[in-house]
Ligand binder design. Structure first.
Ligand code: PEP
Ligand code: MN
Length: 264
């Protein structure tokens, strides 16, 4: 990757606040749910609405997402609130559908980043796009796989890139659902200093009571933003109920976080 400066420009060009706040439910459940959450978020620091519509679940038998139907709900939420939208894409067909429905930012999930063939398929489907693509770290603590995914997109001429740190799977008993292993994203940043780095505290924590501290640590480490799972009724969310926070809690959290400006 020669032109590292290029990697930062989308954040500036889109005039998104720094740090960038992406929020919204783990899963889009119903049209009403997506719209209600979007309206609750619209006057907070969150400028991008997230919602998973294709959900890669670790084990079968759980809710696997509403599918393409949810793209219409995201489109409506964008029209009604002016928020940008983002969803996970896990194959070339998802990419096609998301682009047709004007999703602003695509993200690559942790279970996809582990697979070079799928990453390459998605990168090829996006070849030359100026859409923003955010790449989550692979499930396992493997820096090379994460770097490799970034390189596959960059080589496919997808230049508006960023990475999301969502923690790493472990058999150790810890308070986290996925170990943060803070050094790994630092190592990645040392390779690509201008690649925006976003924290996903929700999947690191797996519980809502440590979301704030994780976000504070990320800001202290100069992360460029955060993606926080947010639902008006977290306990009854159809996926990842234990880790979601309400839009009101998110709003308070962004007020309370001590934000250290990049240049300050
Ligand atoms: C998600 O963001 O809801 C998700 C499935 O995340 P991950 O790919 O990090 O597990
Ligand atoms: Mn989730």
């Amino acid at each position: 990757m020669q032109n590292k400066k290029e990697l930062r420009t989308w954040l500036d060009k889109m005039e998104l606040a720094h740090p960038l706040v992406i929020a919204g439910p783990c899963s889009a459940e119903t049209e009403e749910q997506v719209l209600k959450i979007a309206h609750q978020l619209k006057n907070t620091d969150a400028t991008v609405l997230r919602a998973g519509i294709w959900k890669p679940r670790t084990r079968p038998g759980n809710f696997e997402g509403v599918g393409a139907l949810g793209l219409k709900w995201l489109q409506k939420a964008k029209e009604e609130t002016g928020m940008l939208t983002t969803t996970e894409v896990a194959n070339a067909n998802h990419v096609d559908l998301a682009l047709k429905h004007d999703v602003d930012i695509l993200w690559i999930g942790a279970r996809t980043t582990v697979s070079p063939f799928i990453v390459q398929e998605i990168a090829d489907a996006l070849r030359g796009t100026d859409k923003v693509v955010l790449i989550k770290n692979p499930v396992n603590p493997d820096l090379a796989l994460w770097l490799g995914a970034v390189e596959r997109f960059y080589t496919a001429d997808v230049k508006n890139l960023g990475v999301i740190h969502r923690g790493f799977s472990t058999y150790e008993k810890t308070k986290y659902r996925n170990n943060p292993e803070w050094q790994i994203p630092i190592d990645l940043q040392n390779k690509f200093p201008d690649l925006p780095l976003i924290l996903d505290p929700s999947h690191i924590a797996g519980r809502r009571d440590i979301i704030f501290d994780l976000c504070q640590t990320a800001l202290d480490l100069n992360y460029d933003g955060m993606m926080v799972e947010t639902h008006y009724d977290p306990d009854n969310a159809w996926s990842d109920a234990a880790q979601q926070i309400t839009p009101t809690t998110l709003d308070q959290m962004t007020i309370d976080l001590r934000i250290r400006k990049k240049d300050g």
